[in-house]
Design a protein around this ligand. Structure first.
Ligand SMILES: [Zn+2]
Length: 843
């Protein structure tokens, strides 16, 4: 184990201002830089240690207050610690100095640091973009710096580029001057005091939308040429978010302008560089008429998330990488809050139940981890960006908000941000601010949720005059011993209340009508007595949608854990008949789809018949054509049910219609609703062959939106043919799929019911090349659906292989995926052979 201290720079010299001049050469994939850093020497020293990686520092000198220059006599690199050590013959005495360096580096293809992204222009020529991604610790790949989040400074950037290109950085451009040789120096204003990981430079042949004025801040979208028609929705969602967030935080936007940039090659979803937010194209650029509700919501979510960071993360920043959870958890919480206000009809907090459920799926493993844990190395910091940080972190914040009340919570956030602006914090600083505004012991309540992994299940039993609630550590496999302070909202009869269940059981008086986890925002499960569960199933339609969701999700989790029968799950699912919410349907269908993966082949028709019986009536009511004035969620529900009927239900009539609709859509894309199109493509793909596969690939080539590109690639991966799966793996290896997409494409192929086993063999046969096809930080994600390979021999082979061939930096992640796989192997063993009985007797 490494210690954090091994990675922390000495604090003998502290920077306060960087003046950076960068000259990238896109053709030769190199860059040259010079910088002047205002520093304070705190203790007498003869060396300066700062971060640098894959850089060559040609000249380094220190200039004292009198202007005297001391040139570094040695420049040494420590590549393991990613540092450069500048040695001086004379001592540098305490006081103000300037460090001047000249350096060169490479524009890499790893999608981190200062890197190259490419795209084909209208004439089919390759064009190059130079862009940055510095979080967590890759600013050091672009310029020598004190690359730790609490060493904040201001940045004044100049980018020297070809005159026909566009450049942006964090702050507004203040001048553009020709410097000869067809080059122009673009000088940007000085930024606020901020961390190095938030610095950005983007250079390329971009088009820029006219600015939208938001409270005096110009908001623009930058995109590669010809995509202007895809920027309108982002501008609308961005303008809304900027206003909403400034109001919620009660602090004006901390930058002087805001650019949102679509980058063709991008490892993550987006990055919150102050004033220059970079996005994967599919998270920014969208054709609003031809996109599904999910696709639009994703763009709105990601934009709100990044803009939420401008304050929470950029203005106030974690001291060290162990605090990244709070940064990401809060931005995720805020993204929901903001988009819920932007489009109340989308009911984002209900969809949020999926985020919560998928993090509970991981957090119920013995291989989980605490949300916050000590982080030393950059690799450990990168491993923190997972569902526990984003999903569990945001879900426990939401639970806390609902327990404290929305107003007290918001006031606590305002207090925290005002108190720590331009500075750095630890988790306790937030709890202190929330305690001050709410008067509740927030730190005590939250510590169990943050510093230990897992979550509780509340076992409910009847007493003579009410109910007894007792917590137990929920685990899919094995037992856990942790306890929590569980903030509970409840309803009993018509009375609503809140309480905390801690170590000791709690009694609630009242005769009937008990509902725990009122509102559905709790990060825990409930195990009701049989008769209470039956009552709730009878009352199903009268529960809130989120409460219906959690009831199904909890029951399904207990099926996975082997603690509840599938019959109990079916009984609850039967109660869905009148359901209108796509998210509630989705959680039930998710359980059915998992059963479909493990059911014995002979029993599969029976399960399919049950699925048809469940969804066909509602699907028939909705039909294939949206009614006038229909809500977006109804359109989503239609798409979901049609797809379920055609695939999980194997309904031949639906499959035939899907082909016709797909044909019609190709003739005239605007004549078919986007959610229906997506369902039709999904059904055609899942029942298609090589000729459909070829068509999907052609459609991907000619796609006019990032969403269509993804849609057709996903469709190609769903075709149930060995040959097509082989061809896709071949395309990944040949670099014919963008490296940013290789991980999710492989995950889908590996999780595919039919082609997964052969793809696993191919992945093993080409292991090193497969890993090389992805940016290192994305590699682990190819295991996202490996849990569906629950065929016992394959599962054992996967575990054995990954034990022998660990994916660097993904040890914890792999351990979690292997345990999820074992959970599904257990499900197959228990339920695979007896599903017919459960289906016959749903009582
Ligand atoms: Zn984020």
């Amino acid at each position: 184990m490494n210690a954090e201290a091994d990675y922390r720079l000495p604090r003998t010299v502290i920077p306060s201002r960087y003046e950076l001049r960068m000259e990238p050469d896109l053709g030769s994939a190199g860059f040259a830089g010079t910088q002047v850093v205002d520093v304070e020497v705190v203790e007498t020293t003869s060396e300066i240690v700062l971060n640098a990686l894959d850089l060559i520092v040609a000249i380094a000198e220190m200039v004292d207050g009198a202007g005297e220059v001391h040139r570094a006599t040695s420049i040494e690199y420590d590549s393991e610690k990613e540092r450069v050590i500048l040695g001086f013959s004379a001592s540098l005495t305490p006081g103000r100095w300037q460090l001047r360096t000249t350096f060169t580096g490479t524009l890499n293809d790893k999608l981190c640091g200062f890197y190259r992204s490419t795209y084909k222009d209208e004439d089919g020529n390759q064009q190059i973009i130079a862009t940055t991604q510095f979080e967590a610790t890759d600013a050091r790949r672009a310029f020598p710096c004190w690359d730790e989040p609490d060493l904040k400074a201001t940045f004044r950037v100049t980018l020297v580029i070809d005159e026909d290109l566009v450049a942006v950085s964090n702050a507004a451009e203040i001048s553009a001057k020709p410097v000869g040789d067809g080059k122009v120096a673009h000088e940007f204003a000085e930024t606020m005091k901020m961390s190095t990981y938030l610095v950005a430079f983007v250079v390329g042949d971009f088009e820029i939308t006219g600015p939208v004025d938001v409270n005096g801040i110009p908001l623009r979208v930058l995109h590669t040429p010809g995509k202007g028609h895809l920027a309108e929705f982002a501008l609308e969602a961005g303008a809304f978010a900027l206003r909403f967030l400034a109001d919620y935080y009660d602090i004006p936007y901390p930058g002087d302008k805001l650019d949102m940039i679509g980058v063709p090659d991008f490892a993550w979803g987006a990055m919150e560089n102050l004033g220059a937010v970079t996005y994967r194209e599919s998270a920014l650029l969208v054709d609003r008429k031809r996109s599904t509700q999910n696709e639009l919501a994703r763009v709105a979510d990601v934009i709100a998330h990044e803009l939420a960071h401008m304050w929470f993360g950029d203005l106030v920043t974690m001291k060290w990488w162990n605090g990244i959870w709070l940064n990401e958890a809060f931005a995720t919480f805020m993204e929901l809050k903001c988009v819920d206000a932007f489009r109340p009809d989308w009911k984002r907090w209900l969809t949020f139940a999926h985020f919560r459920a998928s993090s509970m799926d991981v957090d119920g493993l013995s291989a989980t981890r605490p949300v916050e844990f000590p982080v030393a190395s950059p690799a450990e910091a990168n491993a923190m960006f997972d569902t526990l940080t984003y999903g569990k972190g945001s879900a426990v914040l939401r639970m806390l908000e609902q327990y404290l009340g929305e107003r007290a919570f918001r006031d606590g956030i305002r207090r925290y941000l005002k108190q720590h602006s331009y500075s750095n914090t630890e988790t306790d600083d937030l709890w202190a601010a929330l305690e001050a505004e709410s008067g509740e012991p927030v730190g005590d309540i939250m510590s169990g949720w943050i510093y230990q992994g897992g979550y509780p299940q509340l076992d409910v039993t009847r007493t003579a005059d009410g109910f007894r609630l007792e917590q137990r550590h929920f685990r899919f496999l094995g037992e856990g011993e942790a306890t929590w302070q569980v903030p509970i909202l409840y309803r009993i009869g018509t009375e609503e209340g809140r309480l905390i269940v801690a170590h000791e059981p709690v009694e609630l008086k009242g005769s009937d009508g008990l509902l725990l986890n009122r509102g559905g925002d709790g990060f825990y499960r409930i195990d009701y007595p049989q008769e209470t569960l039956a009552d709730l199933a009878d009352e199903f339609a009268r529960l809130e949608p989120a409460e219906r969701y959690t009831l199904i999700a909890d029951t399904w989790a207990n099926v996975l854990a082997g603690a509840t029968s599938t019959a109990a799950f079916f009984r609850l699912v039967e109660a869905l008949g009148e359901e209108l919410e796509p998210d509630v349907w989705a959680v039930a269908i998710g359980g059915l789809a998992e059963l479909d993966r493990v059911v014995a082949t002979d029993d599969r028709p029976e399960l399919q018949a049950r699925v048809r019986a469940l969804v066909s009536r509602r699907a028939a009511e909705l039909g294939w054509d949206p009614a006038e004035g229909e809500s977006d969620l109804t359109r989503r529900l239609r798409g979901l049910l049609l797809r379920t009927l055609g695939n999980l239900g194997d309904d031949v009539g639906t499959q035939i219609t899907a082909r016709q609709v797909f044909g019609q859509m190709l003739e005239d894309p605007d004549s078919v609703d986007a959610d229906v199109s997506e369902a039709a493509i999904g059904i055609v793909a899942a029942n298609g062959d090589e000729s459909e596969f070829d068509r999907f690939l052609r459609l991907r080539e000619s796609a006019d939106s990032p969403q269509d590109e993804v849609r057709y690639l996903r469709a190609a991966a769903a075709v149930p043919e060995e040959t097509t799966a082989r061809r896709l793996v071949g395309m990944i290896l040949a670099g014919e799929v963008r490296s940013q997409d290789a991980n999710w494409l492989l995950a889908r192929l590996l999780g595919h019911r039919k082609t997964g086993p052969i793809v696993w063999q191919l992945v093993k046969d080409n292991w090193d090349a497969i890993l090389d096809s992805m940016p290192p930080q994305n590699r682990r994600r190819m295991l996202d659906l490996i849990m569906y390979r629950s065929e016992p021999e394959i599962a054992a082979d996967i575990e054995g292989w990954l034990a022998e061939h660990p994916i660097g930096g993904a040890e914890k992640y792999t351990e979690q995926q292997m345990e999820r796989l074992r959970v599904r192997v257990g499900l197959r063993e228990r339920e695979g052979g007896r599903l017919r009985e459960s289906l016959a007797d749903p009582t």
